[in-house]
Design a protein around this ligand. Structure first.
Ligand code: FMN
Length: 196
């Protein structure tokens, strides 16, 4: 049956045609084949900065646990483009390369910047019941090497942002075997997209 969800791809690699981007795009391709609308944001093409110090409590993000200001705020930058895409999504396809045994800095900054929705004035703008596809790519040839990173992404998106991870795609050994040459992985990605 055809579906009509809005599927947002986030590529947290500096390379907008690298291994991570290739797999995120294939998932989107599968999703489009099934009638869904897609949107893609390659974080490497955007100017997205870490949180900065706030000058007043008014401006600061407040902790929902202790009801006190964290003393930080979101800088004004290209994350605004990402926020407007996030607010329309039904499904998030989140891809990151592994850098030094964890997600890339861009992936972490993206997650930190979601604290924008931890405010009375913005919390209703974050969509509910978002389903997530996690994609990680890396050089190590062990398919289990970064299971803990997948778990971290899943925990963060499910616990803090109430999303539901529905599929995970792992591409190992990407330096010797770039994913663009691996039809099995590309097909797996398209099938995940088709089933969204
Ligand atoms: C700064 C940096 C750190 C990396 N650290 C790791 C690592 O800890 N483990 C690993 O298996 N691969 C590591 N890699 C390899 C990348 O994860 C791999 O090439 C990935 O597929 C790149 O994705 P991309 O083509 O989307 O940029 C690292 C690459 C870079 C540039």
């Amino acid at each position: 049956m055809k579906s009509s969800k809005r599927v947002l791809g986030i590529v947290a690699s500096p390379r907008s045609s690298g291994n991570t981007a290739t797999l995120v795009k294939e998932v989107l391709k599968g999703a489009e084949e099934n009638g869904n609308k897609t949107d893609l944001k390659c974080l490497g093409d955007l100017n997205i900065n870490p949180l900065i110090a706030s000058t007043s409590d008014n401006e600061s993000v407040w902790s929902t646990y202790s009801n006190k200001p964290y003393g930080v705020t979101c800088p004004k930058d290209d994350m605004d483009l990402v926020y407007s895409s996030l607010e329309k999504m039904d499904v998030l396809v989140f891809g990151t390369p592994i850098y030094f045994d964890h997600v890339s800095a861009r992936a972490k900054i993206f997650v930190d910047r979601l604290i924008y929705y931890d405010k009375e004035s913005t919390k209703d703008r974050f969509p509910r019941n978002v389903r997530v596809v996690i994609i990680i790519t890396y050089e190590d040839d062990n398919l289990e090497a970064y299971s803990s990173v997948v778990e971290w992404i899943k925990h963060t998106l499910e616990e803090y942002f109430k999303m539901k991870v529905v599929a995970t795609l792992v591409a190992e050994d990407t330096v010797k075997n770039p994913v663009a040459n691996r039809e099995d992985l590309l097909e797996k990605a398209r099938q995940i997209g088709k089933k969204l």
